[in-house]
Ligand binder design. Structure first.
Ligand SMILES: Cc1cc2nc3c(=O)[nH]c(=O)nc-3n(C[C@H](O)[C@H](O)[C@H](O)COP(=O)(O)O)c2cc1C
Length: 220
């Protein structure tokens, strides 16, 4: 049975396109393969706090030397890392805000990507001392933006700092495969937006079907 972690990063509950995509993904998965466990982490509704100096000091103190206060400081991070570790599949639904990710999602990542938990650090490895400790997870990235044309040669080529950022950091979540579905043109509310939305909904349903049936076959 698959463990799926659903991360929601839109600050909006009503009218959110990314929440619509993740809902469609789960409806389709359930229709094709009812056997999965889900955990929801809604950072849009409950943003984790930004990191502060005492968090960094606690994270870099060896586990056996941590005070009770250090342990309390890291409690939320421990919990968020447990959720990621538990997951086989991570469904991350996130808007583009100011050409990057929402600060709530960045705060979540800052709590999750942690030394001796999700990565190890060893200078004996030379110029690449960081190594992820988790592996084999699939990431389904569902995004929405008001503008469009972020692809190579597009009108906003080079302006997308959301997808590349998540691609860079995903290895520290143990992700080895990423599937991305995007809605664009939200701000234009025209035919292009309707087409982009419908295409994304179709893609997300096809993706959920493909993934869930593959898992079902593997479990049989
Ligand atoms: C605070 C804020 C910043 C935004 N910044 C951008 C941006 O830089 N580029 C863009 O294309 N769209 C931007 N948008 C539009 C959102 O990406 C778009 O509305 C998207 O649908 C939001 O996701 P949601 O529908 O799941 O809430 C921004 C929206 C908000 C609320």
């Amino acid at each position: 049975m698959e463990n799926i972690l659903r991360i929601e990063a839109s600050a909006r509950q009503e009218g959110s396109l990314t929440r619509m995509l993740s809902t469609a993904f789960f409806e389709q998965w359930k229709q094709d393969n009812a056997s999965f466990r889900i955990m929801v982490r809604d950072v849009g509704a409950n943003p984790p706090p930004s990191l502060h100096a005492s968090w960094i000091a606690a994270a870099f103190t060896p586990e056996t030397a941590r005070s009770r206060e250090d342990q309390e400081t890291l409690a939320l991070s421990d919990r968020l890392i447990e959720e990621v570790t538990w997951a086989d599949v991570i469904v991350m639904a996130t808007p583009m805000y100011n050409y990057g990710m929402p600060s709530s999602l960045k705060a979540w990542l800052d709590h999750v990507v942690r030394i001796d938990k999700t990565f190890s650090f060893d200078l004996a490895r030379g110029d690449r001392p960081l190594e992820p400790t988790l592996q084999g997870k699939q990431l389904v990235l569902l995004t929405a933006s008001g503008e469009f044309g972020f692809e190579p040669g597009g009108i906003n080529d080079g302006e997308d700092h959301l997808t590349p950022h998540i691609q860079s950091v995903a290895k520290y979540l143990g992700v080895s495969e990423i599937q991305h579905v995007a809605i664009e043109y939200q701000e234009f509310k025209d035919d292009r937006f309707e087409r982009s939305k419908n295409r994304a909904l179709q893609s997300v349903r096809e993706l959920a079907s493909r993934m869930s049936l593959q898992k079902k076959k593997m479990a049989a």
